[in-house]
Design a protein around this ligand. Structure first.
Ligand code: FAD
Length: 255
Protein backbone atom coordinates (compact mmCIF):
# COMPACT_ATOMS: atom_id res chain seq x y z
CA UNK A 1 0.00 0.00 0.00
CA UNK A 2 1.02 3.57 -0.60
CA UNK A 3 0.34 5.20 2.77
CA UNK A 4 0.55 8.83 3.91
CA UNK A 5 0.63 9.91 7.53
CA UNK A 6 -0.09 13.50 8.53
CA UNK A 7 1.99 14.65 11.47
CA UNK A 8 2.18 18.08 13.08
CA UNK A 9 4.91 19.67 15.12
CA UNK A 10 3.45 20.71 18.48
CA UNK A 11 4.67 22.77 21.36
CA UNK A 12 6.03 20.54 24.08
CA UNK A 13 3.45 21.22 26.77
CA UNK A 14 5.77 19.90 29.48
CA UNK A 15 8.23 22.71 28.69
CA UNK A 16 5.68 25.50 28.11
CA UNK A 17 5.80 28.47 30.50
CA UNK A 18 3.46 31.44 30.91
CA UNK A 19 4.49 35.09 31.21
CA UNK A 20 3.35 37.39 34.02
CA UNK A 21 0.14 38.19 32.10
CA UNK A 22 -0.74 34.51 31.82
CA UNK A 23 0.09 34.16 28.13
CA UNK A 24 2.05 31.09 27.05
CA UNK A 25 5.58 31.94 25.92
CA UNK A 26 5.40 30.35 22.48
CA UNK A 27 8.41 32.09 20.95
CA UNK A 28 11.40 29.80 21.31
CA UNK A 29 9.32 27.11 23.08
CA UNK A 30 10.47 23.52 22.64
CA UNK A 31 8.61 21.55 19.99
CA UNK A 32 8.13 17.86 19.30
CA UNK A 33 6.12 15.52 17.12
CA UNK A 34 2.54 16.02 18.40
CA UNK A 35 2.01 13.28 20.98
CA UNK A 36 -1.23 12.03 19.38
CA UNK A 37 0.54 11.95 16.01
CA UNK A 38 3.00 9.49 17.52
CA UNK A 39 0.03 7.10 17.70
CA UNK A 40 -0.91 7.96 14.11
CA UNK A 41 2.65 7.36 12.92
CA UNK A 42 2.87 4.09 14.89
CA UNK A 43 -0.33 2.81 13.22
CA UNK A 44 0.84 3.92 9.78
CA UNK A 45 4.21 2.20 10.25
CA UNK A 46 2.45 -1.02 11.27
CA UNK A 47 0.25 -0.80 8.16
CA UNK A 48 3.32 -0.16 5.99
CA UNK A 49 5.11 -3.16 7.48
CA UNK A 50 2.06 -5.44 7.10
CA UNK A 51 1.53 -4.45 3.46
CA UNK A 52 5.25 -4.11 2.60
CA UNK A 53 4.33 -0.72 1.23
CA UNK A 54 5.70 2.79 1.39
CA UNK A 55 4.92 5.45 3.96
CA UNK A 56 5.33 9.19 3.48
CA UNK A 57 5.05 11.56 6.42
CA UNK A 58 3.64 14.99 5.49
CA UNK A 59 3.93 17.98 7.78
CA UNK A 60 3.06 21.64 7.28
CA UNK A 61 4.92 24.27 9.24
CA UNK A 62 8.21 26.11 9.67
CA UNK A 63 11.57 24.51 10.39
CA UNK A 64 10.11 22.87 13.50
CA UNK A 65 8.02 20.69 11.15
CA UNK A 66 11.23 19.24 9.70
CA UNK A 67 12.21 18.05 13.18
CA UNK A 68 8.79 16.35 13.53
CA UNK A 69 9.26 14.71 10.11
CA UNK A 70 12.63 13.32 11.21
CA UNK A 71 11.10 11.95 14.40
CA UNK A 72 8.41 10.21 12.32
CA UNK A 73 11.00 8.87 9.88
CA UNK A 74 13.01 7.44 12.78
CA UNK A 75 9.86 5.52 13.77
CA UNK A 76 9.74 3.95 10.28
CA UNK A 77 8.35 6.33 7.65
CA UNK A 78 10.02 5.81 4.28
CA UNK A 79 10.30 9.48 3.30
CA UNK A 80 9.07 12.95 4.19
CA UNK A 81 7.27 15.83 2.53
CA UNK A 82 7.60 19.21 4.23
CA UNK A 83 5.13 21.96 3.30
CA UNK A 84 7.32 24.88 4.28
CA UNK A 85 5.55 27.92 5.76
CA UNK A 86 7.12 31.34 6.20
CA UNK A 87 6.73 33.34 9.43
CA UNK A 88 4.07 35.57 7.81
CA UNK A 89 1.92 32.62 6.68
CA UNK A 90 -1.04 32.14 9.01
CA UNK A 91 -2.88 28.99 7.92
CA UNK A 92 -5.99 28.14 9.92
CA UNK A 93 -7.33 24.57 10.08
CA UNK A 94 -9.09 24.85 6.71
CA UNK A 95 -6.04 26.26 4.91
CA UNK A 96 -3.84 23.63 6.59
CA UNK A 97 -6.16 20.84 5.44
CA UNK A 98 -6.34 22.23 1.90
CA UNK A 99 -2.56 22.22 1.51
CA UNK A 100 -2.15 18.82 3.16
CA UNK A 101 -4.70 17.44 0.66
CA UNK A 102 -2.77 19.06 -2.20
CA UNK A 103 0.39 17.36 -0.96
CA UNK A 104 -1.37 13.98 -0.76
CA UNK A 105 -2.46 14.44 -4.39
CA UNK A 106 1.20 14.87 -5.38
CA UNK A 107 1.86 11.42 -3.89
CA UNK A 108 -1.00 9.74 -5.79
CA UNK A 109 -2.17 7.06 -6.07
CA UNK A 110 -2.52 6.87 -2.28
CA UNK A 111 -4.36 3.95 -0.63
CA UNK A 112 -4.58 5.20 2.94
CA UNK A 113 -4.14 8.51 4.78
CA UNK A 114 -3.61 8.27 8.54
CA UNK A 115 -3.82 11.18 10.95
CA UNK A 116 -4.60 11.44 14.64
CA UNK A 117 -7.58 12.63 16.66
CA UNK A 118 -6.11 16.09 17.21
CA UNK A 119 -2.95 18.12 17.47
CA UNK A 120 -1.63 17.91 21.03
CA UNK A 121 -1.21 21.70 21.30
CA UNK A 122 -4.10 23.29 19.36
CA UNK A 123 -6.41 20.20 19.41
CA UNK A 124 -9.19 21.45 17.17
CA UNK A 125 -9.79 17.98 15.73
CA UNK A 126 -10.84 19.37 12.36
CA UNK A 127 -8.00 18.79 9.93
CA UNK A 128 -8.48 15.07 9.23
CA UNK A 129 -12.15 15.43 8.24
CA UNK A 130 -11.36 18.44 6.07
CA UNK A 131 -8.50 16.63 4.30
CA UNK A 132 -10.88 13.73 3.54
CA UNK A 133 -13.44 16.18 2.14
CA UNK A 134 -10.87 17.88 -0.11
CA UNK A 135 -9.66 14.49 -1.35
CA UNK A 136 -13.25 13.22 -1.74
CA UNK A 137 -12.33 10.20 0.36
CA UNK A 138 -14.36 8.58 3.18
CA UNK A 139 -13.32 9.66 6.70
CA UNK A 140 -13.26 7.19 9.57
CA UNK A 141 -12.77 9.11 12.81
CA UNK A 142 -11.31 8.18 16.18
CA UNK A 143 -10.26 4.63 15.39
CA UNK A 144 -8.73 2.54 18.15
CA UNK A 145 -8.18 -0.41 15.80
CA UNK A 146 -7.63 -0.37 12.05
CA UNK A 147 -7.67 -3.19 9.53
CA UNK A 148 -6.77 -1.97 6.05
CA UNK A 149 -6.98 -4.97 3.74
CA UNK A 150 -9.06 -6.30 0.88
CA UNK A 151 -9.56 -2.80 -0.53
CA UNK A 152 -11.33 -1.55 2.61
CA UNK A 153 -10.59 0.09 5.95
CA UNK A 154 -12.41 -1.38 8.94
CA UNK A 155 -12.16 0.58 12.18
CA UNK A 156 -13.21 0.00 15.75
CA UNK A 157 -14.46 3.10 17.56
CA UNK A 158 -14.87 3.01 21.34
CA UNK A 159 -17.72 4.72 23.17
CA UNK A 160 -18.71 4.89 26.81
CA UNK A 161 -20.27 1.47 27.23
CA UNK A 162 -20.09 0.47 23.58
CA UNK A 163 -18.09 -0.33 20.49
CA UNK A 164 -18.88 0.58 16.89
CA UNK A 165 -17.32 -1.04 13.83
CA UNK A 166 -17.24 1.10 10.70
CA UNK A 167 -16.00 0.18 7.25
CA UNK A 168 -15.24 2.17 4.10
CA UNK A 169 -13.62 1.48 0.79
CA UNK A 170 -10.00 2.49 0.24
CA UNK A 171 -8.61 5.04 -0.37
CA UNK A 172 -9.77 6.55 2.90
CA UNK A 173 -8.63 8.91 5.65
CA UNK A 174 -8.51 7.42 9.16
CA UNK A 175 -7.84 9.29 12.40
CA UNK A 176 -6.39 7.31 15.30
CA UNK A 177 -6.99 7.88 19.01
CA UNK A 178 -4.25 7.72 21.62
CA UNK A 179 -5.41 4.38 23.06
CA UNK A 180 -4.86 2.69 19.67
CA UNK A 181 -1.27 1.70 20.39
CA UNK A 182 1.94 2.36 22.27
CA UNK A 183 4.31 4.26 19.96
CA UNK A 184 7.74 2.73 19.48
CA UNK A 185 10.85 4.55 20.67
CA UNK A 186 13.43 4.61 17.87
CA UNK A 187 16.94 3.37 18.59
CA UNK A 188 19.96 5.63 18.04
CA UNK A 189 20.70 3.78 14.79
CA UNK A 190 17.13 4.33 13.55
CA UNK A 191 17.50 8.04 14.36
CA UNK A 192 20.77 8.17 12.41
CA UNK A 193 19.30 6.26 9.44
CA UNK A 194 16.31 8.64 9.45
CA UNK A 195 18.73 11.53 8.95
CA UNK A 196 19.62 10.08 5.54
CA UNK A 197 16.04 9.49 4.35
CA UNK A 198 14.77 11.92 1.68
CA UNK A 199 12.61 14.92 2.57
CA UNK A 200 10.98 16.90 -0.22
CA UNK A 201 10.45 20.60 0.53
CA UNK A 202 7.34 22.16 -1.01
CA UNK A 203 6.69 25.88 -0.38
CA UNK A 204 3.30 26.51 1.22
CA UNK A 205 2.69 29.35 -1.26
CA UNK A 206 3.09 26.96 -4.23
CA UNK A 207 0.15 24.82 -3.05
CA UNK A 208 -2.34 27.63 -2.48
CA UNK A 209 -3.71 28.07 -6.02
CA UNK A 210 -6.78 30.05 -7.11
CA UNK A 211 -9.23 27.94 -5.10
CA UNK A 212 -7.34 28.34 -1.81
CA UNK A 213 -10.04 28.56 0.90
CA UNK A 214 -10.09 31.02 3.75
CA UNK A 215 -12.30 31.15 6.80
CA UNK A 216 -10.50 34.27 7.97
CA UNK A 217 -10.12 32.67 11.39
CA UNK A 218 -7.59 34.47 13.53
CA UNK A 219 -6.44 33.43 16.97
CA UNK A 220 -6.99 36.58 19.04
CA UNK A 221 -5.75 35.44 22.40
CA UNK A 222 -4.46 32.40 24.20
CA UNK A 223 -4.11 32.49 27.96
CA UNK A 224 -3.34 30.08 30.72
CA UNK A 225 -6.14 29.29 33.13
CA UNK A 226 -5.11 30.52 36.56
CA UNK A 227 -5.35 27.90 39.30
CA UNK A 228 -4.73 28.56 42.96
CA UNK A 229 -2.97 25.74 44.74
CA UNK A 230 -3.33 25.31 48.51
CA UNK A 231 -0.06 23.42 48.83
CA UNK A 232 -1.25 21.27 51.75
CA UNK A 233 1.25 18.61 52.82
CA UNK A 234 -0.17 15.61 54.68
CA UNK A 235 2.37 13.80 56.80
CA UNK A 236 2.25 10.60 58.84
CA UNK A 237 2.06 6.96 57.88
CA UNK A 238 0.31 6.11 54.59
CA UNK A 239 -2.83 5.21 56.60
CA UNK A 240 -2.74 8.50 58.58
CA UNK A 241 -2.06 10.53 55.40
CA UNK A 242 -4.92 8.77 53.60
CA UNK A 243 -7.31 9.53 56.52
CA UNK A 244 -6.20 13.19 56.58
CA UNK A 245 -6.62 13.39 52.79
CA UNK A 246 -10.18 12.01 53.03
CA UNK A 247 -10.98 14.52 55.81
CA UNK A 248 -9.49 17.41 53.82
CA UNK A 249 -11.46 16.44 50.71
CA UNK A 250 -14.58 16.18 52.86
CA UNK A 251 -14.02 19.71 54.24
CA UNK A 252 -13.66 20.99 50.66
CA UNK A 253 -16.94 19.33 49.72
CA UNK A 254 -15.24 17.05 47.17
CA UNK A 255 -16.31 13.83 48.94
C1 FAD B 1 2.53 30.38 11.48
C2 FAD B 1 1.18 29.93 11.93
C3 FAD B 1 0.12 30.81 11.94
C4 FAD B 1 -1.16 30.38 12.31
N1 FAD B 1 -2.19 31.23 12.24
C5 FAD B 1 -3.43 30.81 12.50
C6 FAD B 1 -4.54 31.65 12.33
O1 FAD B 1 -4.41 32.79 11.92
N2 FAD B 1 -5.77 31.16 12.60
C7 FAD B 1 -5.94 29.89 13.06
O2 FAD B 1 -7.08 29.50 13.28
N3 FAD B 1 -4.90 29.08 13.27
C8 FAD B 1 -3.64 29.50 13.00
N4 FAD B 1 -2.58 28.67 13.17
C9 FAD B 1 -2.81 27.36 13.76
C10 FAD B 1 -2.79 26.27 12.73
O3 FAD B 1 -3.61 26.53 11.68
C11 FAD B 1 -3.21 25.00 13.43
O4 FAD B 1 -2.13 24.60 14.17
C12 FAD B 1 -3.60 23.97 12.39
O5 FAD B 1 -4.83 24.33 11.86
C13 FAD B 1 -3.69 22.57 12.95
O6 FAD B 1 -4.25 22.59 14.22
P1 FAD B 1 -5.63 21.91 14.54
O7 FAD B 1 -5.81 22.03 16.02
O8 FAD B 1 -6.68 22.45 13.64
O9 FAD B 1 -5.34 20.41 14.15
P2 FAD B 1 -6.29 19.19 14.41
O10 FAD B 1 -7.48 19.28 13.57
O11 FAD B 1 -6.50 19.02 15.89
O12 FAD B 1 -5.30 18.06 13.87
C14 FAD B 1 -5.78 16.76 13.54
C15 FAD B 1 -4.70 16.02 12.83
O13 FAD B 1 -4.48 16.59 11.55
C16 FAD B 1 -3.10 16.52 11.22
N5 FAD B 1 -2.53 17.86 11.14
C17 FAD B 1 -3.00 19.01 11.67
N6 FAD B 1 -2.19 20.04 11.38
C18 FAD B 1 -1.17 19.53 10.67
C19 FAD B 1 0.01 20.07 10.08
N7 FAD B 1 0.31 21.36 10.20
N8 FAD B 1 0.85 19.25 9.42
C20 FAD B 1 0.56 17.92 9.30
N9 FAD B 1 -0.53 17.35 9.83
C21 FAD B 1 -1.38 18.13 10.51
C22 FAD B 1 -2.43 15.74 12.33
O14 FAD B 1 -2.48 14.37 12.06
C23 FAD B 1 -3.34 16.06 13.51
O15 FAD B 1 -3.21 15.11 14.53
C24 FAD B 1 -1.33 29.05 12.77
C25 FAD B 1 -0.23 28.19 12.79
C26 FAD B 1 0.99 28.60 12.37
C27 FAD B 1 2.15 27.61 12.36
Amino acid sequence: MNIVVLAKSAIDEAELRADAQGHPVVKGAATKLSSFDMNGVEEAVRQKEASRGTLTVVSLGGQEAKKAIKEAMAMGCTRGLHIVTEPDDAPDSLATAFCLAQAVRRLAPVDLVVCSEGASDTYQGQVGAMVAEFLEMPFLANARKLDASGGAATCEQGFEGGVRIVKARLPAVVSMVAEANVPRYPTLIQVMVAGKKPIEDVPFSSLKGADFPSTGTRVLDVSVQASERKRVILDGTPEEAARKLAEALGREGVL
